[in-house]
Design a protein around this ligand. Structure first.
Ligand SMILES: [Zn+2]
Length: 187
């Protein structure tokens, strides 16, 4: 999520829908209705846009992937779907590094009790409470649980909270659309 210095000219954009669909891409342009893409093509950047959802970037030998995983996408299993799809094209899961970028943290992301119950039925590690003691979901913890269950052990974090960090975009805080951008590519 740093400044995209040296960003390749060729970029894949996702029309994200908070789902669990993954696409293998080999050319730049817009991919409709997916929340994860991956490629083995050098010089092809994958872009993910998030506000309070988590951007997840995965690198491994000869392959990179990007996912948009908020509450709904995490329940839909978009990150596990990406890991499986990359493995299906020959990536070594144990050689993967996953990077989870800034998102709304578990101390801030208040939800109704039933929503927390519904989320954690699918993603137990996401169970959390806010700093005020009310029900919340911890998307980052949920994704870590999903990655770990698949054997991805190298998990890196930019664990800033979008709601608490004024320099990051937050829909929950600002009520305006916009986003934080994550890019990943093979040099
Ligand atoms: Zn927070």
């Amino acid at each position: 999520m740093s400044t995209p210095t040296g960003l390749p000219d060729q970029v894949v954009f996702m029309r994200q829908v908070h789902g669990g669909a993954v696409a293998y891409v080999t050319a730049p342009g817009v991919r409709p209705e997916v929340d994860a893409v991956f490629t083995d093509q050098r010089g092809l950047a994958l872009r993910v846009v998030v506000a309070d959802c988590a951007p997840v970037l995965i690198t491994t030998a000869g392959m990179v992937g990007a996912a948009h995983s908020g509450r709904t996408g995490t329940v839909a299993g978009v990150v596990p779907a990406l890991v499986r799809a990359m493995a299906g094209r020959g990536a070594d899961v144990r050689g993967m590094t996953a990077w989870i970028g800034p998102n709304a943290c578990g101390s801030c992301y208040e939800v109704p009790p039933q929503m927390r119950a519904d989320v954690t039925a699918a993603v137990p590690h996401a169970w959390a409470t806010t700093r005020h003691g009310t029900p919340s979901v911890d998307i980052r913890a949920g994704i870590v649980g999903q990655l770990t269950a698949l054997g991805v052990t190298d998990i890196q974090h930019d664990d800033r909270c979008t709601i608490e960090s004024p320099q990051l975009w937050s829909y929950r805080r600002d009520r305006r659309s916009g986003g934080n951008y994550g890019f990943v590519w093979l040099d």
